[in-house]
Each structure stands twice: as structure tokens, then as C-alpha cells.
Design a protein around this ligand. Sequence first.
Ligand SMILES: *Cc1c(COP(=O)(O)O)cnc(C)c1O
Length: 372
Amino acid sequence: MDRDKILLTPGPLTTTLRTKLAMLRDWGSWDSDFNEVTARVRRSLLKVIHGEDSHVVVPMQGSGTFSVEAAVATLVPRDGHVLVMDNGAYCKRAAKLTSLMGRSCTVMPFDEATPVSPVALEAKLTEDKSITHVVLIHCETGAGVWNPLQAVADVCAKHDKGLIVDAMSSFGALPIDARETRFDALIAASGKCLEGVPGMGFVFIRKAVLDGCAGRSQSLAMDLHDQHSYMEKTGQWRFTPPTHVVVALAEAITQFEAEGGQPARLARYTANYQTLIHGMSRLGFMPFLDPSVQAPIIVTFHAPGDPRYDFKAFYAAARQRGFILYPGKLTQVETFRVGCIGAIGPDEMEQAVQAVALVLEDMGIASGEPAI
Ligand SMILES: *Cc1c(COP(=O)(O)O)cnc(C)c1O
């Protein structure tokens, strides 16, 4: 195979040739051409969630986690109290960074195989009046659960709490409409469902809370309010922008819009997901989640029960055949994950299933059936 390996991972992911080619030029960070690209990207991002009237969008250098950290630092007052609804690894990461930045943080645990509960949230907010902000992970990429954004946002709005949404692995694919769903901040990144390359995140901040965010951040580099003010004033990024990442994202967004935007992307990822699930179940594999709570973003499969199975060997053999799988991220059960996102379609997913079939054969494993 002389094509790049297909990345069946939740970012970085497979990008189109057009997106890669966009990175072949150098750009000056002060140059008006580059400032125009930044402005165009920001306008397009706001359009994806219909947030032009209600929100601003602030780009931030770094991987997605940098933007989650920046959002918490900028939105939550130093004496604020954050409630993290936890049903997986990315929730735990959000709680950890919140605590490390000195904000008081309460974790509300849920099973990693189920969505978080808006009813339990309501009870918690009624009982503990000191909570100022709620953190929700929209698609928990750890297991792949689709969490109920609208219902959680409604509870937060009713109790007048700030809602911070990590929509990293859902933005651009799952529907999010700022006209219907109230959130103070929503975070995503270049290298996920928009199919850009990794290197920058962006945070939507509700205009009504923006002014109040001045001076809250204990970090200079992570201060989204400062980043926003500077960008509005000058059209430039505060510190060195990831120029190639930004132009690649602009090109990826052009293709996203031409494809038909979020509904088209969701349709393609759903087709990828269906192809994957059907193909893998033919081989005996069992998904970890109930289909009713599964987002068509990333699928966790139980490891095969056959004693000859070993993830490292399985991974290496799939890699040899051109497909990069992802290890599991669950604490209790042995699993592996397969992403459905990126510039790939059902054909690539069918090829991936075919590759897994051959890998099982090579390893002498008759079926992907789990032990349980
Ligand atoms: C990818 C992802 C992130 C960010 O991870 P990075 O490794 O920093 O890019 C955060 N939250 C979720 C839910 C994600 O899927």
C-alpha cells in the first residue's frame, strides 16, 4: 500500500490531500492575508452552531486539552465551584485540570457505559447551591457515549448555572444549535470532526458572560478573554499562531461546507459506524456500549476472549495492513477502540474490517467473540 495509513483514531485523523496541500506555504503572522484566514475561520465556526448572535469564538494554540483548560481558567472565577459530570476518561481529565488550577471541583460519578443523568444533576444543583459551573463532555470519547447536551443545558439554564461543554469529538458531526441550547462555553479543536490537522482549539463563549471573564485566568497564555480582546483589536493572534494548522483548517472547513455541513458529516460518520458494526459483528466482535447510547464517533469493542489475543500484536498486525487502531480507555474491561471519523467513508471501513479478519487469521484466532 502506498497510501498513508488510515487513522481509525479520534484525532489526529485521516485528512484529505487538499487539506494537506494547504500547508505547503509559509504565512506571516502579522500579514493581512493570514489575518483574513483567521477571520474567515472564526466566521465559519460560528455558523456551524448558529452562534453569530449569541457567542464569540476564540481560537487557542495547542491541542484540545489546552482549550478546555483555557475555558475553565477564563470562565470560572477563582472562588467558583465546578461540578463535573463524570462518565469517562475525558471527564476525569477535565476534573483534574480544574482542581490543578485551584478551582473547587466536585465530581459526580456515572457508569462509563451510560449517559450522565440530567435528573441527578437537577437534584445535585438543588442540594448544593455553591456550584457555579457544570462541565459536560458531549461525546465521551473514552467509551464513545453520547451525553444528553440539551437536557443538561436546560437544567443548567433553569438553575442559572454556567455550562461548559467539551464538544471536542462531536463538534461538526453531532447537532449543536446555540439558538436552542444555552451554554456559556463550548470547546472543540481543529483535528477532530472538522478534519483539519491538530494544533489548535477554539472556544465559543456566550457574549452575555464574556465581559465578566476579564482577569479571571491565573494563566497568561490560557486567557481567552485577553486572546479575544487582542484579536478583535488587531485581527491577530496574541502569540505565535500555528499558521499551517490554521490554513489547513480553513481548507478543511471549505470542504466541510461543500459536503453539506454538519448533517452531511453526521450522515457519513453514521454510514462508517454502521459498516464497522456490521462487519465486526460478522467476525464475532461485541461492542461495549448499547447502540442506544452510542455516538457514531468512536466504537469500543470488547477484546476477543481467545487466549492468543494480545492488543500489541493485534495493533501491529493491523498497522502492517494499513490501519491504525486505538487502545481501550476503560478501567474494568479489556477493550480496543475504532474511530469512525476522519476523511474516510464506508469503503475504508469495509477495508478495515477486512484487514481485521486477516489479522485474526494470522493470529490463529477463530472469532472476535469476547470471553464474557
Ligand atoms: C480529543 C479530545 C480532547 C482533547 O484531547 P487532546 O489530546 O488534548 O487533543 C478533549 N476531550 C475530548 C472529549 C476529546 O475527544
